[in-house]
Ligand binder design. Structure first.
Ligand SMILES: *[C@@H]1O[C@H](CO)[C@@H](O)[C@H](O)[C@H]1NC(C)=O
Ligand SMILES: *[C@@H]1O[C@H](CO)[C@@H](O)[C@H](O)[C@H]1NC(C)=O
Ligand SMILES: *[C@@H]1O[C@H](CO)[C@@H](O)[C@H](O)[C@H]1NC(C)=O
Ligand SMILES: *[C@@H]1O[C@H](CO)[C@@H](O)[C@H](O)[C@H]1NC(C)=O
Ligand SMILES: *[C@@H]1O[C@H](CO)[C@@H](O)[C@H](O)[C@H]1NC(C)=O
Ligand SMILES: *[C@@H]1O[C@H](CO)[C@@H](O)[C@H](O)[C@H]1NC(C)=O
Ligand SMILES: *[C@@H]1O[C@H](CO)[C@@H](O)[C@H](O)[C@H]1NC(C)=O
Ligand SMILES: *[C@@H]1O[C@H](CO)[C@@H](O)[C@H](O)[C@H]1NC(C)=O
Ligand SMILES: *[C@@H]1O[C@H](CO)[C@@H](O)[C@H](O)[C@H]1NC(C)=O
Ligand SMILES: *[C@@H]1O[C@H](CO)[C@@H](O)[C@H](O)[C@H]1NC(C)=O
Ligand SMILES: *[C@@H]1O[C@H](CO)[C@@H](O)[C@H](O)[C@H]1NC(C)=O
Ligand SMILES: *[C@H]1O[C@H](CO)[C@@H](O)[C@H](O)[C@H]1NC(C)=O
Length: 501
């Protein structure tokens, strides 16, 4: 208020003086009245009074002549020295915010003015700065920096996890997922290396993939789980390793593979599951690359989950090869008397095996023999020989059936020859004679007996008598047909006689 009153009084006084002079004085035509004028006829810093003869100076800095009065320079103007006639506008980068300035003030850092005669400086805009005083323009922040306030002397560096990629940035951009920036003031983000990931924005570093996971590409926002059949036991990897043969992994995201279960195997890299040992093999420990073949003399059947050991071939069976799913029945003529036979043994001489899958040879039956070891059966003794012992090894054991005996079966003792027959040595059957003949056991023939002679004689006589009688009757018949008188019949009934013929 005080200032205001004083200024008002001062202004009114000036105005009155000015009006009085104007009215009463004839001014120098070259020295126009008015605000900010120069007096051309005077040396700089002086003015001419109405006489136009002498030039006067304002004796105070920062003032200028207005007509014949000295007044303070207006805002935005200054007068650097006394005895100057005019105020000059502040240069760019400078200002005068009060009247009567002897010199302009330079804009502070962060502020500028780009025109002359300024009475204030403008703050640098966001995204700009000015680190020097007295400047007429601001500088844009370099890429990598920013400024989010006005009137600043410097730009700020983008924080880690952020970047700015153009001049004059008012803010920084956050790195996206899969990227990072570990240095301040950068113009871009970096992609996470393979094996690393970043699942958040604006991060200064990437994280290593955990065990069981991997990231193959640069800039991964997350790691992927190892697939089935794979593992990763180290952090920060760009791929997983395949399970080694003998191990497997049936789920994802694992850091190790499991050894194949007992009775299972895996031959290749990267097994999801181990396979059960197939028929003919066994697996007696975990982590097998391949199952072991059953040795000769044993087998393993096909099972859903494999076996830990092979089964020996049962008695009567054998295997001469390894890796078999079953055993072979011993052929006829060969035997195996224990489990786990590799081969069936052929029966020795004097013994045979009549049938498949037998455990023991049987001695040759009575009546048979076998001369050599082998699968063949015992041979029958020839007809007419016999052998009551079992297990005969030579043909000589078949004895010739003795005289007066016969040998119907080579395995039985000789039978006595029946009375009605004769039996030479080596007979399998007795030679029977006719009823009327009699065997001669010495001569080995059939002979006529005395009863046979009697019978034959009687038959001869009977035939003779009948022959004579018939002849007599025939001759008599023809005589009667020829008319010759018949004699008295020998019998009363003739028909009886005819009937007999
Ligand atoms: C004008 O200048 C002359 C010479 O210096 C001086 O004598 C005179 O008084 C001045 N007039 C006024 C009104 O100041
Ligand atoms: C002029 O500027 C100065 C600093 O530059 C300041 O201290 C002062 O208050 C200002 N005066 C006015 C009237 O604005
Ligand atoms: C001065 O700055 C203003 C805004 O601050 C702008 O519009 C103008 O073009 C500038 N003038 C020059 C000569 O630079
Ligand atoms: C001002 O900024 C410029 C450009 O950024 C730089 O070259 C200069 O060294 C800085 N000056 C000072 C005093 O900080
Ligand atoms: C400017 O940026 C800083 C740091 O990023 C922040 O703390 C501040 O709030 C921001 N100011 C404005 C006005 O945005
Ligand atoms: C930033 O990361 C790079 C690559 O990862 C590395 O070479 C550099 O040492 C890190 N710098 C700092 C300051 O951590
Ligand atoms: C990772 O697995 C490999 C192959 O199985 C093995 O040689 C290595 O010792 C394991 N490393 C660790 C740290 O377990
Ligand atoms: C993986 O293998 C284990 C052991 O053999 C078994 O218990 C499990 O069920 C299997 N998981 C799958 C998904 O097959
Ligand atoms: C498995 O069988 C093999 C061959 O017979 C033998 O060498 C090995 O010691 C056995 N392993 C176990 C654990 O029984
Ligand atoms: C067993 O025999 C089968 C074919 O019959 C063959 O594929 C397999 O490799 C053999 N296994 C062994 C261990 O010899
Ligand atoms: C099996 O036969 C052999 C000779 O062939 C014999 O030495 C062994 O005692 C027999 N074993 C049995 C259990 O009969
Ligand atoms: C002030 O003086 C300058 C040269 O000194 C001249 O160019 C200008 O026209 C003058 N002003 C008036 C109003 O006479």
């Amino acid at each position: 208020m005080v200032n205001f009153s004083l200024q008002s009084v001062y202004g009114i006084a000036l105005l009155l003086i000015y009006l009085k002079i104007n009215l009463s004085v004839t001014g120098n035509p070259s020295c126009d009245s008015g605000y900010i004028e120069n007096c051309t006829s005077c040396d700089p810093g002086t003015y001419a009074n109405e006489s136009g003869v002498d030039c006067y100076c304002c004796q105070v800095f920062g003032q200028c002549k207005i007509d014949s009065l000295c007044v303070p320079c207006a805002r935005g103007y200054y007068n650097p020295a006394s005895q100057k006639t005019s105020c000059v506008p502040c240069e760019k980068g400078h200002y005068a915010n009060v009247t009567g300035k002897q010199e302009c003030d330079g804009c502070e850092a962060g502020y500028i003015t780009n025109k002359t005669g300024s009475f204030e400086c403008q703050p640098c805009a966001e995204g700009e700065f000015q680190n020097k005083t007295k400047q007429s323009s601001c500088n844009k922040c370099d890429p990598g920096g920013y400024q989010n306030k006005t009137g600043q002397e410097e730009c700020l560096r983008c924080d880690t996890g952020h970047f700015s990629n153009h001049p004059g940035s008012t803010g920084c951009t956050a790195c996206t997922e899969g990227e990072y920036q570990n240095i301040t003031g950068q113009t871009n983000c970096l992609k996470c290396s393979p094996g690393y990931f970043q699942n958040q924005k604006a991060q200064a570093e990437c994280s290593m993939c955990k065990i069981g996971t991997f990231s193959k590409e640069e800039g991964s926002p997350k790691c992927e789980d190892c697939q089935k059949g794979e593992f990763q036991n180290v952090t920060g990897q760009s791929s997983c390793d395949q399970c080694h043969p003998g191990s497997y992994q049936n789920s994802t995201g694992k850091s190790l593979c499991e050894p194949c279960q007992i009775t299972h195997y895996c031959k290749i890299f990267g097994c999801h599951d181990c396979k059960p040992c197939p028929a003919g093999t066994y697996g007696n420990q975990t982590g097998l690359v391949d199952c072991l073949a059953c040795p000769a003399g044993s087998y393993s059947p096909s099972t859903p989950s494999g076996v830990t050991q092979c089964t020996e071939c049962p008695i009567g069976h054998h295997n001469d090869k390894k890796n078999q799913s079953s055993c072979v029945t011993c052929d006829s003529g060969t035997v195996c008397n224990k489990t786990g036979c590799i081969n069936c043994d052929p029966c020795p001489e004097g013994e045979e095996a009549d049938g498949r899958g037998l455990s023991e040879c049987a001695k040759c039956q009575p009546g048979t023999y076998k001369t050599a070891a082998g699968p063949s059966l015992c041979q029958e003794c020839p007809d007419g020989t016999y052998n009551t012992n079992s297990g005969s090894q030579t043909k000589q054991d078949c004895l010739l059936c003795p005289e007066d005996k016969f040998c119907p079966s080579s395995g039985d003792s000789p039978q006595p020859c029946p009375a009605s027959a004769y039996c030479p040595a080596g007979s399998s059957d007795p030679e029977f004679c006719n009823t009327l003949l009699k065997p001669n056991k010495i001569k080995m023939t059939c002979e006529v007996t005395s009863s046979f002679i009697v019978v034959m004689s009687v038959i001869g006589i009977v035939v003779l008598v009948i022959g004579v009688f018939v002849t007599y009757r025939v001759r008599r018949y023809y005589r009667l047909r020829a008319g010759q008188p018949d004699r008295e019949p020998l019998t009363k009934s003739g028909t009886h006689v005819y009937t007999g013929l």
